[in-house]
Design a protein around this ligand. Structure first.
Ligand SMILES: Cc1ncc(C[n+]2csc(CCOP(=O)(O)OP(=O)(O)O)c2C)c(N)n1
Ligand SMILES: [Mg+2]
Length: 390
């Protein structure tokens, strides 16, 4: 642990030791029962804490609704992130608007925190006219220029060197920009991870490598992914800090990410953060995790739920009550109910979008094909005509 981490977190003795166990070097500020270490508590305004709590509950509510829409056949695919909400929102809170995020597919909380609209996120799963991508991307693979959130890429780990490249460009242009890339434990076995880490270390790019170690890469456990004791220690080989944090502790995640962002901004280079968490649900709506992991394991992690922990912490601080909880749950259920209805009223994307947006200007061949197609009158499949008459 180098000097910048000592400045942020003292001598390091505050890090829970637990050598040789899953707790090794783990920073935790809030315990599972909501009690907290006031020496480590970062200064966060009460309103911001409550907003963060609202967002983690929003992500959980969204997960439940999207999975049931998928089971009802109303959307095709979804990637839930139940259990990983604090890791997403706690880290996103530490960034500035001008920073850039290079996500994996399991961080809706970061997109929403940066201002992505719930309606757009849902419409993207429907691929309808309300989806800015007009149904061209795989469901759950959203992104938006106005929030500096690069669209999700499906190949595991490709976003990592991209985040390093943009950080390097910012450094050369002397722009005050930090890039943060999210990826999973599985992605640390990809060449892209190692290339990105090496480049970032050599060129001291302002990059945060945020690894959500949720213990599984589909059906492959983290123990089969690496022989290293921890994932964070991989940063050591590349010449920069690697820290482990309890990923189910929103405050600890915020504190380490803020320290990493401050360090990057002041020219201190990259940091890797390993947020230790757990994927409570399936890998995606196409997966059945009961085929490869035990109920005992899932039950153990259920006791470390990040949302309950944050709620208990807010209650202890006198910022939350049963009444606020009830109100929030109703507000979010209503929000999703209304938004889903509104999104479902949208027609499919205009048929012309089959031809547009590939080139800035249609090529003569595409133009000819589009005109012939539109002239044929075959604009909607017959079963769609009932739903969305022309
Ligand atoms: C290069 C590549 N290999 C394999 C896949 C199939 N795949 C999709 S997600 C995934 C697991 C990734 O696990 P991890 O990085 O731990 O992220 P998590 O899904 O747990 O959030 C795999 C193997 C892929 N999309 N891209
Ligand atoms: Mg994983």
């Amino acid at each position: 642990m180098n000097s910048s981490w000592r400045r942020s977190f003292g001598s390091g003795s505050e890090f829970r030791r637990g050598e040789g166990t899953a707790e090794e070097g783990l920073l935790r500020i809030i315990d599972a029962d909501g009690t907290y270490d006031s020496k480590l508590e970062p200064r966060v305004a009460p309103d911001l804490l409550k907003r963060a709590y609202r967002h983690i509950v929003l992500v959980r509510t969204l997960d439940n609704r999207m999975l049931s829409l998928q089971r009802q056949g109303r959307i095709g695919f979804y990637v839930p992130s139940t259990g990983e909400e604090a890791a997403q929102v706690g880290s996103a809170m530490a960034l500035e608007k001008r920073d850039w995020v290079f996500p994996a597919y399991r961080e809706p909380g970061a997109a929403l925190w940066r201002g992505f609209s719930v309606a757009t996120l849902i419409a993207q799963a429907y691929g309808n006219a309300k989806d800015p991508q007009q149904g061209r991307q795989m469901p759950n693979h959203y992104g938006a220029r106005d929030i500096n959130y690069v669209p999700v890429s499906s190949p595991v780990g490709t976003q990592i060197p991209q985040a390093v490249g943009v950080a390097w460009a910012a450094k050369i242009r002397k722009e005050d920009i930090v890039t943060l890339t999210y990826f999973g434990d599985g992605a640390t076995s990809e060449g892209d991870f190692h290339a990105g880490m090496n480049f970032a270390g050599v060129f001291k790019t302002p990059t945060i490598f945020f690894c959500k170690n949720n213990q599984w890469a589909i059906s492959v456990p983290v123990s089969k992914q690496t022989a290293s004791k921890t994932l964070a220690q991989k940063a050591l080989a590349y010449g920069f800090d690697g820290v482990r944090v309890d990923g189910n502790d929103l405050l600890a995640v915020y504190a380490v990410t803020k320290a990493a962002a401050d360090k990057a901004r002041s020219g201190g280079g990259p940091t890797m953060i390993e947020a230790v968490t757990y994927r409570m649900g399936p890998h995606s709506s196409s997966d059945d995790p009961t085929r490869y992991r035990s109920k005992d394991e899932v039950d153990t992690w259920a006791k470390r739920d990040p949302i309950e922990r944050m709620r208990k912490y807010l209650e202890l601080k006198g910022l939350w009550s049963k009444d606020s909880e009830d109100k929030l749950r109703v507000e979010l259920e209503d929000l999703l109910q209304t938004t889903i209805k509104e999104v479902e009223r949208s027609p499919p994307p205009p048929i012309e979008t089959l031809f547009t947006d590939v080139y800035a200007e249609l090529t003569p061949q595409l133009k000819e094909q589009m005109e012939a197609f539109l002239a044929s009158g075959e604009r909607r499949r017959p079963e769609m005509l009932d739903k969305f008459p022309l």
